[in-house]
Design a protein around this ligand. Structure first.
Ligand SMILES: Cc1cc2nc3c(=O)[nH]c(=O)nc-3n(C[C@H](O)[C@H](O)[C@H](O)COP(=O)(O)OP(=O)(O)OC[C@H]3O[C@@H](n4cnc5c(N)ncnc54)[C@H](O)[C@@H]3O)c2cc1C
Length: 325
């Protein structure tokens, strides 16, 4: 990880800066670019706009991960339930993404399971306008086993639980095999939690090889006949082109899979893929705890530093204009 990314992660973790920015900076360019700063209503409205104006689907995720405070856990669960109902009522497909550590995994796995069940039941009870499921995000390696177990428990109860898998991890091929003919969907990412050579494929080329070989498994006839919906989540234009090439070679039509990107991260890519007839989904984070998430996006892509600079200046101006109590 380079110095820039490490600096952004430090900024993301600073409680002081987080408090300052979230108090005054919700209207900044940085916040607006990557996050819907608001509650479930604002998030559902954003999902509707994406579908109506641009033919893009959404997966909604309430901000706030790695927490064990019961108040914060409840807040995420309630926001996820509310957004599921609002999406259903709006006739949109209902996809809610959650990090297990946002709904209680660190406090108690039983609590996490109960919360995930409530959200998955809500998703399952909405009108089926499209593909309705709860998407489990994948966090660091220590959480891979618990997350897969959680997904298995939900599937055993007949609930629509999809999972995110990380191509950088060596173990993922085995994990994918175990869910390939059971899960309603798998979202494949490169993986945001680098480990050492023992656990990870090393270097961009090796991660890409792993990604493409996993993509092939997800697009295979047994997976598709079992109902798996493949989701390829990346902003990497070269990789997107190669995945589309693999799908074409295997005779999978464009609507047999989708590409997913982070809201605000690669607008040009979204537009191009839609124009070429691909299905596109955006991962839309919403809530008020936007600073750590948005600053990590700047760390991934230094060109976003301009947004960060403008937002810090604006925040400073707002703060100095705010009367002190
Ligand atoms: C929908 C979605 C869900 C995800 N869920 C998870 C998850 O559950 N667990 C997990 O470990 N990881 C998750 N990730 C993150 C993922 O693992 C990668 O860390 C991240 O997507 C960057 O990798 P990349 O495939 O985009 O390729 P890269 O090679 O990192 O980037 C490709 C190109 O996209 C640009 N780019 C990358 N990120 C940004 C950005 N934020 N803004 C602007 N440009 C950017 C790069 O500068 C580069 O030009 C998710 C990613 C997406 C898109």
């Amino acid at each position: 990880m380079d110095l820039w990314q490490r600096t952004m992660i430090r900024l993301a973790r600073s409680e002081r800066v987080t408090g300052l920015m979230q108090r005054h900076g919700g209207a900044t360019a940085l916040a607006r670019r990557f996050v819907v700063v608001g509650g479930p209503e604002a998030a559902a409205a954003a999902a509707r706009r994406l579908r109506d104006r641009r033919g893009i689907s959404a997966s909604l995720s309430y901000l706030g991960e790695y927490v064990s405070d019961p108040v914060l856990i409840d807040r995420t669960v309630e926001a996820s339930l509310a957004v599921s109902q609002l999406l259903g009522a709006a006739g949109l497909d209902v996809q809610v993404s959650v990090d297990p550590t946002a709904i209680g995994q660190l406090a108690s796995p039983d609590l996490c399971r109960a919360n995930a069940e409530r959200i998955a039941r809500s998703v399952a009870s909405q009108p089926a306008a499209g593909r309705n499921f709860l998407m489990l995000d994948m966090e660091d390696l220590s959480l891979v086993e618990p997350t897969l177990r959680l997904q298995r428990d939900l599937l055993d109860q007949g609930l629509p639980a999809a999972v995110t898998l990380q191509a950088r991890l060596r173990r993922t091929e085995g994990d994918l095999e175990s869910v390939l003919t059971r899960a309603p969907a798998v979202r494949l990412v490169k993986g945001a939690f680098p480990r050492g050579p023992e656990d990870d494929h090393q270097g961009k080329a090796a991660i890409e090889r792993s990604y493409l070989s996993l993509a092939q498994m997800m697009l295979s006839s047994p997976a598709r006949e079992a109902g798996l919906h493949p989701v390829f989540a990346t902003h990497d234009d070269g990789l997107i082109g190669r995945v589309a090439g693999v799908a074409r070679g295997m005779g999978v039509p464009q609507d047999g899979y989708e590409f997913e990107m982070l809201y605000g991260a690669h607008r040009e890519g979204e537009r191009r893929l839609r124009a070429e007839g691909y299905s596109v989904r955006l991962y839309v984070p919403f809530g008020v705890a936007w600073w750590p998430y948005a600053v990590r996006r700047v760390g991934e892509h230094p060109r976003n530093a301009l947004l960060l600079g403008r937002s810090l200046v604006r925040r400073t101006q707002t703060a100095s204009a705010t009367p002190r109590r």
